[in-house]
Design a protein around this ligand. Structure first.
Ligand code: BV8
Length: 240
């Protein structure tokens, strides 16, 4: 681990599982309760906005009752002490990375929500994103333009994820790519390990079980994130 300066970390629902936030595919995960195509697509929002807004109101309220776990906290520690480049790309729409202390006070955030966040509302009239912690089902007015045209600020299936250029640029500069708590089922995130491999970047998977892309990783460690991530961060910081 000696000559590692720039690290890109991808996180998924598995890193927040031990905080009590449902994952997508695990038994009882969100997909069982709600078919993807019914709630997380622009078509579904056009067809039945109440169903979609209730779905996100429920999740937005739920994440605000959850706490960070040792995996989030270990990445915040790495963020604080790592003087190389570090980018935490999360597929999660919860704010547990930030609440654990990642990125506080830095000019450029080191946590990137490629699929958006529950804690913003996005106005489809004036295109402004406003911090939001309550419900959208009652069609509140946009704080900026007053229009009642707010939607969740999340990337739905068929929509382009956020900051893809910044992610690919960080992968091009990376000395290590680490994937934590993700099944590798959803693209383009699931393709980052192949991108890293093509760039000759060493890759590490930390996951409860082998993910769909497990075979692409140079090294894979399986177990709960709350154990694997603090251990890996200790290794990295002690090698620095
Ligand atoms: C797009 C926000 C065009 C909303 C989400 C190529 C091939 C096939 C299909 C496609 C393709 N390219 C695009 C597609 C279509 C589609 C897609 O991938 N479909 C899949 C279903 C086949 N992708 C898209 O539509 C994307 N947009 O392609 O736009 C484009 C793209 C690029 C360039 C040009 C144009 C948009 C996808 C984003 C959709 N929005 N979320 C919301 O949250 O409601 S996706 C959502 O699902 C999450 O954000 C995340 O990405 C995904 C869930 O996956 P995970 O986070 O991995 O969670 P999961 O439950 O699956 O797994 C949990 C893992 O954790 C498991 O492995 C488990 O073992 C592990 N685990 C559990 N507990 C623990 C643990 N690990 C450690 N410790 C524990 N305690």
């Amino acid at each position: 681990m000696t000559d590692i300066r720039n690290i890109v970390i991808l996180t998924g629902a598995g890193i927040s599982a031990e905080s009590g936030i449902d994952t997508f595919r695990d038994a009882g995960g969100l997909w069982e309760q709600h078919k993807v195509e019914d709630v997380a697509t622009p078509e579904a929002f056009a067809r039945d906005p109440d169903l979609v807004l209730r779905f996100y109101d429920m999740r937005r309220e739920a994440i605000q009752t959850k706490q960070t776990n040792p995996a989030h906290e270990a990445l915040a520690r790495l963020d604080e002490h790592w003087d190389g480049d570090l980018l935490i790309v999360t597929q999660n729409v919860d704010d547990l990375h930030e609440r654990a202390g990642s990125q506080i006070g830095l000019e450029e955030t080191r946590v990137l929500h490629m699929h958006g966040t529950h804690l913003n509302a996005w106005c489809t009239a004036c295109d402004v994103r406003s911090p939001w912690r309550t419900t959208l089902i009652d069609r509140p007015a946009c704080p900026e333009c007053g229009e009642r045209a707010l939607r969740p600020d999340v990337v739905w299936f068929g929509e382009m994820p956020y900051e893809m250029e910044r992610i690919y640029a960080a992968l091009r500069e990376a000395d290590l790519f680490v994937s934590i708590g993700t099944s590798g089922a959803v693209y383009p995130a699931a393709g980052f390990v192949q991108e890293a491999k093509a760039l000759g970047v060493p890759t590490l998977e930390l996951n409860l079980e082998p993910s769909q892309g497990s075979a692409w990783f140079d090294e894979a460690r399986h177990g709960p994130a709350s154990a694997l991530v603090p251990q890996w961060v200790d290794e990295v910081l002690s090698s620095d």
